[in-house]
Design a protein around this ligand. Structure first.
Ligand code: ADP
Length: 186
């Protein structure tokens, strides 16, 4: 798997077809995100999972480096058709830089729609040649979100169904809580 840090140029052209970029905060990556990655790989030969970060003011729980390390661990089974990278600034500028023709986003419930719709329209305005494609995760992930996972983990709740083991471990370390297996029964 490719490592974060590649700054310009297209991803390896070994497999023909459009490169898709799957951008997000991934703070942290959840099983819902992983489900979208799986579906994206069924459609596109190469997917770049791009961790968005703000170098000046990032309110994320995990640093961009921590998120990349976690994602790389969680994605081991997906092989080298998926790359992990980071970007700041405009998504369309990043997509152009890596020569991605498609942006992949995930949809859960209707509540995601308005935000995603606005963002897609703005990106289309900025870069008409880049198409956004929406994929829906499996129904079991419809209520999985990074925000809720963090809230539940903060209070020691069981998040095993929602995040891969790599995330559970890092959440526990970061928050100083047990987040599932090994938790003492009361
Ligand atoms: P952002 O901060 O850009 O919304 P996220 O990491 O929260 O980044 O999400 C990245 C993308 O993955 C978004 O398109 C979001 O709607 C989608 N996504 C997040 N969780 C799920 C899920 N459980 N099922 C399907 N899509 C999801």
């Amino acid at each position: 798997m490719a490592v974060s840090g590649r700054k310009k140029g297209p991803v390896s052209p070994a497999v023909a077809g459009p490169v898709a970029v799957y951008p997000g905060s991934f703070d942290p990556i959840t099983n819902g995100h992983l489900d979208i990655v799986k579906r994206a790989l069924a459609v596109f030969p190469r997917v770049v999972l791009a961790v968005a970060f703000n170098p000046n003011k990032d309110s994320a729980l995990f640093t961009a480096e921590e998120r990349v390390a976690t994602i790389r661990e969680a994605l081991v089974e997906f092989g080298d058709r998926i790359e992990v990278d980071t970007f700041s600034g405009l998504l369309v500028d990043y997509a152009r830089r890596i020569e991605a023709a498609v942006v992949v986003r995930g949809l859960r419930a209707v509540s995601d729609f308005e935000y995603e719709f606005q963002m897609t329209m703005m990106n289309r305005h900025l870069a008409p040649a880049i198409e956004t494609v929406f994929l829906m995760a499996g129904a079991q992930y419809f209520y999985t979100s990074s925000r809720l996972v963090k809230e539940v983990a903060l209070f020691g709740g069981d998040v095993r169904a929602h995040v891969p083991p790599a995330v559970r471990r890092r959440l526990a370390a970061k928050l100083g809580t047990q987040t599932g297996r090994g938790r003492k029964r009361r």
